[in-house]
Design a protein around this ligand. Structure first.
Ligand code: CA
Length: 220
């Protein structure tokens, strides 16, 4: 899952990028409204953390432009303390949730997990598919209760497939959702991650969909 962080304060932006990466997300960072608008408009991000006070274009305008263009990704806005009118304006502009600065990283992560799972139609923080369970709170996967040892990229691939289980997911989709924009992307590595995941999962769970990509299914 890929998160766009829009924050012009460098220390907070770095903390957000660090906290989100440790939680298993690919993270893109924009430090002004114009770049943020472009990235959210052109990159398939799974959620956005959006500061409202931004140079070049304010956060409310960025959000309104995304929504007017039909961009539906979940957006969590960051507001300053005692600015209830910002929250109202943000929610009216299409924000899905908000946090008031200063906030705890744990709360931000919990709210993002909730937004992402709701956007993909899941009700719980634990996703399951047959014997496989993905605990999105701990970034951990288990098969029949046994923990799987996954690299961060294997986890990202598995998390994306779990959020879209039963659907054909293309290699391009996977590349776009497991890497940030400035990462040196190579779609061949996706095949490597899939091959490694297949060895760690019960047989038959990751189907190859000819000409389309992969599909996570409950094993027979
Ligand atoms: Ca700001």
């Amino acid at each position: 899952m890929r998160i766009l962080v829009v924050e012009d304060e460098p220390t907070l932006a770095a903390q957000l990028a660090e906290g989100l990466s440790s939680a298993g997300y690919a993270v893109d960072v924009a430090d002004n409204g114009v770049d943020a608008h472009f990235m959210g408009d052109t990159e398939p991000v799974d959620a956005v953390v959006l500061d409202l006070g931004l140079p070049r274009m304010d956060g409310i305008t960025v959000l309104k432009k995304w929504r007017a263009a039909g961009r539906t990704m979940p957006v969590l806005i960051l507001t300053a303390r005692d600015t209830w009118h910002e929250k109202v304006a943000g929610i009216d502009a299409g924000a899905d949730d908000y946090l008031t600065k200063p906030f705890h990283m744990e709360e931000l992560l919990a709210r993002l997990r909730a937004l992402i799972r709701r956007a993909s139609g899941h009700a719980s923080a634990e996703l399951s598919c047959g014997p496989l369970t993905l605990d999105t709170r701990a970034s951990r996967a288990t098969v029949d209760g046994q923990a799987l040892t996954l690299t961060s990229h294997e986890y990202r691939v598995l998390a994306y497939l779990m959020h879209h289980q039963g659907e054909a997911v293309s290699r391009t989709d996977l590349v776009e959702h497991i890497y940030a924009q400035d990462f040196d992307r190579d779609s061949n590595t996706v095949e490597v991650f899939i091959a490694r995941l297949r060895k760690k999962l019960p047989p038959g769970m990751i189907e190859t969909v000819r000409g389309l990509g992969y599909r996570l299914v409950t094993p027979q």
